[in-house]
Design a protein around this ligand. Structure first.
Ligand code: GDP
Length: 500
């Protein structure tokens, strides 16, 4: 039945090649079904192995979600203070994601935490503060991902990077035992090791307190802990590849390494209807008619601030170098020609995301004062949805607007982003676009190279753990040459690493 086949194909399309589970309520989360119509690029289909893994994850999540008997049992065990052996009927293990830093950071650490849950057969729960309460839809069918309010560990938002239960503290106090490759065998059958703690707090943010997390033997010890609390503002996926236990599985999940964040973010994060309303109203009013959409994301960090004119010039120099923004011309013949084909096909929309209005004003003025080259039919529109002036992560409405802009960037054909900004990284991964990255002005000096074309759409892992075999006390087990072929120093930060 061809019409049936057509419907099935349409549904597969809408579900991003099977990435999204079918059967979820359309009205309560419209973006989940509609976003597909707005994305410009679909560079990678999900691998069959990723699809299997996601469906298995969803089944596990349903079995272990808050409100289920298995969840209740795990909570009892947590209250008891000790991790339980599977024999006690505790089947479910969890990663609890905690908020840290701005929205881009949060999105990337959520994606990283979710992938870690996929790799370790855990269930991801998130503890969202009020400022994030209406940003993302429930991602998993038939069960919540929200951590219940009566979760027994107190003050989860205030623990910071070095609490009592941090992995490193527990190791130092010998409350958790890791057997290293070079430990004498006697140690293995010596005194009974201490029972694993009920929960471990992982601080994997820019300070990278618990870097031994990225060692294979430590992962084996952590596998015995039922509850992991994840505090991170990083995209730490590239560092998981160097753990031998995960390496093979990751290659099967993502045959194209640069597709990891792209596919995971499209799977996991869907803006709620409140945010989606902003996104679609803006897109349909200002961007839909264009044949080419260029997203420009401008972030000015305190550690790399330069005057507006300098950054504006950097953007122009970059644009000329990489042929991004339409050129302008002062040819009077062109500018005085009458333009009468309003449906004509050369309309470029430039979307600016920035906390400040200055770059928008300058770019808009440029195309007002000069004609775009390419004939009389060449039109350029310049748009900026908000200019919030300063980051205000504690305010829900501010975060909703920020998320709307990340999605609008995600619908671009091409992107120019600011170096070291997770906001820009999230936009590029969502879009499936290798962005042109403006170099940060380290030391407040205008960079000699204005920008670089990214080798991949993957975010940079800005604080890789820097643990080698020596520190992990592990004999090499990962194919280093393969790793070196696919991990490189980030374009915008020489201490960061990324996939390509
Ligand atoms: P990063 O600091 O650039 O890595 O990105 P984050 O998203 O983690 O933190 C920056 C925060 O500042 C965002 O989450 C927003 O709250 C705000 N912000 C920065 N740039 C923009 C922007 O272009 N538009 C909006 N609406 N907010 C922004």
């Amino acid at each position: 039945n061809p019409s049936h086949g057509g419907a099935a194909a349409k549904q597969a399309d809408e579900l991003l090649g099977g990435l999204l589970a079918p059967g979820m309520d359309r009205r309560s989360c419209r973006s989940r079904y509609q976003a597909v119509h707005y994305y410009k690029h679909f560079p990678y289909a999900p691998s069959p192995h990723l699809l299997d893994k996601l469906r298995a994850y969803e089944a596990r999540h349903r079995r272990c979600a808050p409100g289920t008997p298995l969840y209740n049992r795990s909570i009892e065990q947590l209250r008891s203070g000790r991790s339980a052996a599977a024999a006690d009927g505790v089947e479910c293990n969890y990663v609890v994601w905690l908020p840290f830093d701005g929205l881009g950071n949060r999105m990337l650490s959520m994606v990283s935490g979710f992938l870690y849950a996929l790799l370790t057969d855990r269930v991801l729960l998130v503890d969202l503060p009020q400022d994030s309460s209406d940003l993302f839809c429930e991602p998993f069918p038939g069960a919540t991902w929200l951590l219940p309010l009566d979760f027994p560990v107190a003050n989860l938002f205030g623990l910071g990077p070095r609490p009592e239960q941090s992995y490193t503290t527990l190791l130092n106090k010998k409350k958790i035992t890791v057997i290293k490759d070079d430990d004498p065998p006697a140690k293995n059958d010596a005194a009974v090791p201490p029972p694993p703690p009920a929960y471990v707090y992982l601080s994997l943010g820019y300070q990278m307190v618990d870097k031994l997390f990225f060692c294979g033997n430590d992962q084996r010890a952590l596998a015995k802990v039922n509850w992991l609390l994840l505090y991170s503002d990083l995209y730490f996926v590239p560092s998981l590849y160097s753990v031998a236990e995960f390496n093979g599985e990751l290659r099967r999940l993502f045959p194209a390494k640069e597709s990891a964040c792209h596919l995971l973010i499209r799977y996991l994060l869907h803006p709620t209807n409140a945010v989606w309303g902003m996104v679609t109203r803006y897109y349909n009013s200002y961007l839909a008619q264009a044949n080419r959409r260029i997203g420009i994301q401008i972030r000015m960090f305190n550690f790399a601030s330069i005057p507006v004119d300098d950054l504006y010039n950097q953007i122009l120099t970059c644009s000329r170098q990489e042929h991004i923004l339409p050129e302008t011309t002062d040819d009077d013949d062109l500018t005085t020609e009458t333009y009468n084909n309003s449906n004509g096909g050369n309309y470029t929309a430039i979307l600016i995301a920035s906390l400040y209005p200055d770059y928008y004003e300058r770019i808009r003025a440029t195309y007002y004062e000069h004609a775009a080259s390419g004939g009389a039919a060449a039109r350029v529109g310049v748009f900026q949805p908000t200019h919030e002036e300063r980051q205000a992560t504690q305010r829900l409405f501010h975060n909703q607007k920020a998320l709307a802009e990340i999605y609008l960037l995600g619908f671009s054909d091409e992107l120019v982003t600011s170096g070291m900004s997770t906001f820009g990284y999230a936009g590029s991964s969502l879009a499936g676009v290798r962005p042109t990255i403006l170099m940060p002005a380290h030391g407040h000096r205008v960079p000699a190279t204005p920008c670089r074309r990214a080798v991949s759409m993957e975010p940079c892992n800005l604080t890789p753990p820097r643990v080698g075999e020596e520190e992990c006390r592990r004999k090499a087990a990962v194919d280093k040459e393969d790793l070196a072929r696919h991990v490189k120093v980030c374009e915008d930060f020489d201490r960061g690493v990324k996939f390509f």
